[in-house]
Design a protein. Structure first.
Length: 248
């Protein structure tokens, strides 16, 4: 399906995707030259933008971003995306209706939680309630996602949730916009850090009751758009001052 969008809108998607990659480095959410962020090309549901294969996120510029269709054909960019990046992101973009932006990382604390038998984000800190009922878990590690079938299994596990934990692997965050997806990624890692820290004490964690967790989640949704928009804009202003080359 193709809709009309201006060249400026598509360029802004490239710039924002690049900004997320650079910001992730600053926040230590990256891992070497691996992991991947993607964004549906505005106005073109049959293709998406993604960071190039084996390029460190601190070096990526908007002009380096790769455009690829769901058949795996590169439509623009210096390097084709890594194979697992294609199969994970293409299938989620195709099958998950809210996944305009898809972020996959091996960030430290979320990945640590994925390594625990039955590891779950528990309702034990206020920030976790931002994600109450919004997290899915893919509990079987089956090797690298090197085919569409595995990509479809991952997408099916995610469904309509905002977050998917991949057992023994890492995490995927999906959202309707760059600001929403990145805001969730940021706060998810903060929540996982707090939980892992509490668990390391060996003392039992104090759970928040289900009815209070649901009520607080609903309260938090009222300003979710405002918080995400202002958070991402503030971090981009730092990039504009300190790493202005990211937009080129």
């Amino acid at each position: 399906m193709i809709m009309t969008q201006s060249t400026d809108t598509i360029r802004q998607a490239r710039v924002d995707l690049t900004a997320m990659l650079r910001i992730a480095v600053r926040l230590d959410m990256h891992e070497g030259v691996d992991n991947h962020f993607s964004h549906i090309v505005p106005g073109h549901l049959d293709r998406f933008l993604i960071n190039p294969h084996r390029m460190h996120w601190s070096e990526v510029r908007a002009s380096d971003i790769v455009e690829v269709d769901h058949e795996g054909h590169s439509l623009g960019g210096k390097k084709h995306p890594e194979a697992t990046a294609f199969f994970i992101h293409s299938r989620i973009h195709l099958n998950c209706p809210n996944a305009q932006v898809v972020l996959h990382t091996h960030m430290r604390y979320a990945t640590a939680l994925s390594m625990l038998d039955g590891g779950r984000v528990e309702p034990v800190v206020q920030g976790a309630l931002k994600f109450h009922g919004q997290i899915a878990y893919y509990d079987e590690f089956e090797g690298l996602a090197l085919n569409a079938d595995e990509g479809d299994r991952i997408a099916s596990a995610m469904g309509d949730k905002r977050i998917l934990f991949l057992s023994n692997h890492g995490v995927i965050v999906a959202g309707p916009s760059v600001a929403h997806a990145f805001n969730d990624l940021y706060y998810l890692e903060r929540v996982c850090r707090a939980q892992i820290t509490a668990m390391s004490s060996g003392a039992p964690m104090k759970r928040i009751p289900q009815n209070i967790a649901q009520h607080t989640f609903e309260q938090m949704q009222k300003d979710r758009d405002d918080q995400a928009t202002h958070h991402f804009a503030a971090i981009k202003r730092r990039l504009d001052l300190e790493e202005p080359d990211y937009v080129t």
